[in-house]
Write a protein that binds this ligand. Structure first.
Ligand code: HEM
Length: 399
């Protein structure tokens, strides 16, 4: 297609406000990134078509140049296709069902309350440090069974790993970045090795003990796979939910009428969270690798090329959502794709939803008002995969 559409997902202005470009992307359906083996798609129906076809659009990507499979840990569930994927996901699925997750609510509430106690003593806080990071990291650490005092270490590891997410999609990642990522994975593997040893000797009632049992029985899980699973849960479970809770605060602040409505009607909290997931989706992209030559949205795609589904664009598709550019915390029909779709649909969606609902409920209950404490542009996350800000300075007025 020849027009003047140019879409550079690394461009800072685009990252801060991509929505006009997303609309143009939806109008033209597909976009081949100039000179790259990468095609982006933007429409809801097209994204569904790609994400539901795991045999043509795979989650297995070739290793980065210079690295062979022997240099890498085995893939986690996110990096496998069926049937391998079912084996890995099946080992942890039961820990994340809606029923099991609902049982965690009182504990989440307790953690959020104590974080708000501390934040309200300060009054002026960075919401990321005060609430959006420590809540999910504490919850996932307790589910897995890692000592909560190691939270700061995970923040560091998780930051380092997600910073490079997506870097290899639009060109080879710089070798020094690859080496750094590898060294962080080695540090994490060493950390988990010690914990696994402890559980082998003395199992507890936690997910880690369950996984160690599977590993010990040699049933389904090798030690390296176990380490990969733990890294995935920690990283996927933290950064995304931290981002969601931050986006909840920021989107409500940008829409004061909606904030007032949610304050007045707390029963709106669940639909408000769904609306933030749609309107300001924490994860903006979902990439796949074509397993055969094909045609997609009028664009030829060759085997091995990357197809990027723009979830943030699909979630504003006018053919699916009524007034998609309008932020409406009472929206009824809201089948957004913020957690993906199909085989790899987010394992932690129930957990993330409940954490965000709890965080917002406690924030509203404990404050009369909150406002941004700075008019400077907020710092963007290092990876373009996320729609996320790494610092959110807020002034809190206690209730
Ligand atoms: C707002 C928070 C979250 C968002 C926006 C989010 C988003 C996503 C998305 C878009 C995918 C699909 C990736 C793909 O199709 O390749 C995914 C998968 C996944 N998510 Fe989440 N996620 C969130 C929270 C969590 C939490 C709390 C956990 C912790 C358990 C988690 C664990 C996973 C795992 C393990 C997968 C891979 C599932 C598979 O391959 O079958 N996520 N997530």
């Amino acid at each position: 297609m020849s027009d003047d559409f140019f879409f550079n997902p690394f461009d800072e202005a685009t990252r801060r406000d991509p929505f006009a470009l997303y609309a143009r992307g939806r109008a033209r359906r597909a976009y081949r990134h100039p000179g790259l083996p990468v095609v982006s798609i933007f429409r809801y129906a097209d994204v569904i078509e790609v994400l539901r076809d795991a045999s043509l659009f795979s989650n297995v990507f070739p290793p980065p140049p210079g690295l062979g499979p022997e240099d890498m840990l085995p893939p986690n569930m996110l990096g496998t296709d069926p049937p391998e994927h079912e084996r890995l996901r099946g080992l942890v699925n039961q820990a994340f069902t809606p029923k099991i997750i609902r049982r965690l609510e009182p504990r989440m509430e307790e953690i959020a309350e104590s974080l708000l106690d501390a934040a309200l003593r300060e009054r002026r806080v960075d919401l990321v440090q005060a609430l959006t990071y420590p809540l999910p990291v504490t919850v996932i650490a307790e589910i897995i069974g890692v000592p909560p005092e190691d939270g700061p270490k995970f923040k560091h590891w998780s930051d380092e790993l997600v910073a490079s997410l997506g870097a290899g999609l639009l060109g080879p990642p710089p070798p020094e970045q690859l080496a750094h990522t590898q060294s962080v994975v080695r540090e994490l593997a060493a950390y988990f090795e010690t914990l696994v040893e402890l559980r082998r000797g003395e199992p507890k009632e936690d997910l880690l003990s369950g996984l160690v049992a599977a590993e010990l029985e040699g049933r389904h899980l090798s030690f390296d796979e176990l380490v990969q699973m733990l890294i995935l849960l920690l990283v996927a479970g933290n950064e995304t939910t931290t981002t969601l809770i931050g986006n909840v605060a920021l989107t409500l602040l940008a829409h004061p009428d909606e904030l007032a409505r949610v304050r007045a009607e707390p029963e709106r909290i669940p639909s408000a969270i769904e609306e933030v997931l749609r309107y300001s989706s924490p994860v903006q992209i979902d990439p796949r690798c074509a397993t055969a030559d094909t045609e997609l949205c009028g664009e030829k795609v060759t085997k091995g090329e990357v197809v990027i589904s723009w979830l943030g664009a699909a979630n504003r598709d006018e053919s699916v959502f009524k007034d998609p550019e309008c932020f409406d915390t009472a929206r009824k029909e809201n089948r957004h794709l913020a957690f993906g779709f199909g085989t790899h649909y987010c394992l932690g969606s129930n957990l993330a939803r409940l954490e965000a609902q709890t965080a917002l409920r406690v924030l509203l209950r404990r404050t009369r008002d909150f406002r941004l404490a700075s008019s400077d542009p907020l710092p963007l996350h290092r990876s373009f995969v996320f729609r996320s800000f790494t610092k959110i300075p807020l002034e809190l007025e206690p209730a």
